[in-house]
Design a protein around this ligand. Structure first.
Ligand SMILES: Nc1ncnc2c1ncn2[C@@H]1O[C@H](COP(=O)(O)OP(=O)(O)O)[C@@H](O)[C@H]1O
Ligand SMILES: [Mg+2]
Length: 276
């Protein structure tokens, strides 16, 4: 049993009397503290998979479980960063993050929630924008806020659906490295978190991270699950064994990186043609 077990997961959508199979017999396990990327072309069922793991959609058959218990709905054990809009438009950025914290830590006083929210907004470089509403921010800034919320919620599992997909290249690089640093260092507690927060130092979160970017997947992941599309199935389960902490600038210079990157591109093109 892993932290997350997905066994013969099939998801069908009913669309105007027609049935469409989005995922078929998907099985894999994610160990506790593992960073697993799910990669595949658009429409292959990545978001569907994440919505099942997030407890937002029930499987048509098969099962998905966390620590051995079938996932039955959203809960304080997991937080999500969605592909598109994740924030409540009627709340400031600060309130969005504080609200996320409230969902998982009911007992924390409002002042402490706000302190914690401010600390995490600072970590993602949004301290000067905390009183803005989401529509006043760029797409990249909104995703940074959503990531801050997810990290501040301090859940055991983080489910991230192309969190950097809509972010410009420079910010994407920055955010990848930020997430990597926070995750590799264990729980993002440290001195910056100003309130008593029950975190275990050095214990890494379990992350399922959806992307269609091969370089991003290699940089971040312990494993890459490659899906084929229509219906989505597991095509390859690839170990990424580079040591951590990883530094992009060093990693990309190594022949091993080039080799893995070439292999992944070859697999991708094999299966998907040019449709990345
Ligand atoms: N609510 C829905 N109703 C019907 N079909 C859907 C629904 N959501 C997704 N799909 C279809 O399921 C397939 C997988 O979608 P999705 O999981 O969003 O893929 P991805 O995230 O990999 O792009 C797509 O063909 C999509 O059109
Ligand atoms: Mg998607």
């Amino acid at each position: 049993m892993g932290k997350i077990d997905i066994e013969n997961l099939t998801v069908r959508y009913k669309d105007g009397g027609q049935e469409f199979t989005a995922l078929e017999n998907v099985s894999f396990t994610v160990e506790e503290g593992e960073f697993v990327s799910v990669i595949g072309s658009s429409g292959c069922g990545k978001s569907t998979l994440l919505s099942v793991l997030g407890g937002l959609r029930a499987p048509s058959s098969g099962r998905a479980s966390i620590s051995g218990a079938v996932i039955s709905g959203p809960g304080p054990d997991k937080s999500m960063v969605f592909q598109h809009y994740s924030l409540f438009p009627w709340m400031t950025v600060l309130d969005n993050v504080a609200y996320g914290i409230k969902q998982v830590k009911k007992g924390l006083a409002r002042n402490d929630r706000l302190k914690l929210a401010r600390a995490f907004l600072e970590k993602v470089g949004l301290e000067n924008f905390k009183h803005k509403f989401p529509e006043q921010l760029s797409g990249g800034m909104r995703q940074r806020a959503a990531i801050a919320r997810s990290l501040a919620m301090n859940t055991e599992i983080l489910l991230m659906d192309e969190p950097f997909g809509a972010v410009d290249a420079k910010n994407r690089t920055y955010l990848q490295e930020l997430l990597l640093k926070l995750w590799e260092g264990g729980n993002p507690d440290g001195a910056v978190v100003p309130v008593d927060y029950p975190v275990t130092r050095g214990k890494r979160k379990t992350i399922v991270f959806v992307t269609h970017d091969i370089d991003e997947a290699i940089l971040m992941s312990d494993r890459i699950i490659m899906l084929t599309g229509s219906p989505g199935k597991v095509y390859k389960d690839i170990n990424v064994s580079f040591t951590r902490p990883r530094a992009r600038a060093v990693l990309i210079q190594t022949p091993e990186y080039t080799q893995l990157r070439n292999d992944l591109f070859a697999l991708f093109f094999n299966d998907f043609g040019s449709n990345i």
